[in-house]
Design a protein around this ligand. Structure first.
Ligand code: CTP
Ligand code: CA
Length: 232
């Protein structure tokens, strides 16, 4: 019915979401990670499903319940996440990368527990992980049928850093938040974001909108509707 279509604006679309942190093992008992809880990504996945999309959620380790009606792929490392995204990306109409991906991993995972005896310090050599969002930006179809959205959490120079990510990773939207803004940051149920899209006053300058404090679910819906509208 007309009513059903209006309430299911993402019906027929495939939405791919990344969420949560990654864990990069150091040895069989330890890992490197970050403070991401996955709340924003899970809100995006749940909302996309409620709006009628077919949703694949590629999730790092979090303690949230799987959203109803969503295909969840659980991953641990950035490389696992990359593999899962590369399996689903070609079929995705809208991709939103909300995961806090570890930028680096140890060059070699110690096969046995690293022991402290006889050492005053240790040095970990870290090597770069694949940039999943940049990979997706480089291979999305150029007919506008695949819309790509990244996130960025910054502690300084928010707009400048986010603008660089928007352009450098060929995103259609970049959602930036300041870690220190009240109501933003890790583990909150709300967010305060700056939304950047290409096509500002000149080539270098994106279009910028500052959105007021919002509940993460309301923010997720608003972002998804914007992204669907950007799709050609
Ligand atoms: N991202 C990704 N793969 C990575 C690193 C980041 O897909 N290896 C994605 C994130 O999911 C997010 C966006 O890129 O959507 C920006 O992540 P962020 O960490 O803010 O940017 P980086 O490019 O890694 O820059 P930096 O951490 O140095 O600020
Ligand atoms: Ca990073």
């Amino acid at each position: 019915s007309h009513g059903a279509t209006a309430s299911l604006p993402l019906k027929g679309l495939n939405v791919l979401v990344t969420a949560g942190p990654t864990q990069e093992p150091l040895d069989p008992v330890r890992y490197l990670t970050n403070h991401s809880t996955g709340k924003m990504g899970y809100a995006l996945a749940a909302s996309a499903a409620e709006l009628g999309a077919h949703v694949t959620l590629v999730s790092g380790p979090v303690s949230l319940e799987e959203p109803e009606g969503v295909d969840v792929v659980h991953v641990t490392t950035a490389r696992d996440m990359f593999a899962a995204v590369s399996d689903s990306f070609a079929a995705a109409d809208i991709t939103v990368m909300a995961a806090a991906v570890g930028d680096f991993r140890v060059e070699e995972i110690a096969p046995e527990k690293i022991k402290k005896a006889g050492r005053e310090s240790i040095t970990l050599k870290l090597v770069e992980n694949p940039d999943i969002l940049a990979w997706a930006g480089g291979r999305k179809r150029d007919d506008g049928s695949q819309v790509l959205c990244g996130f960025a959490m910054e502690t300084e120079h928010l707009v400048r850093n986010a603008a660089r990510k928007l352009a450098g990773k060929h995103c259609d939207m970049l959602v930036a938040n300041d870690l220190r803004e009240p109501g933003a940051g890790f583990a909150t149920d709300t967010n305060v974001v700056t939304v950047l899209t290409p096509g500002g006053p000149d080539e270098q300058t994106p279009h910028i909108e500052h959105w007021d404090l919002m509940d993460k679910t309301a923010l997720a819906k608003r972002l998804l509707l914007r992204l669907a509208a950007l799709r050609k």
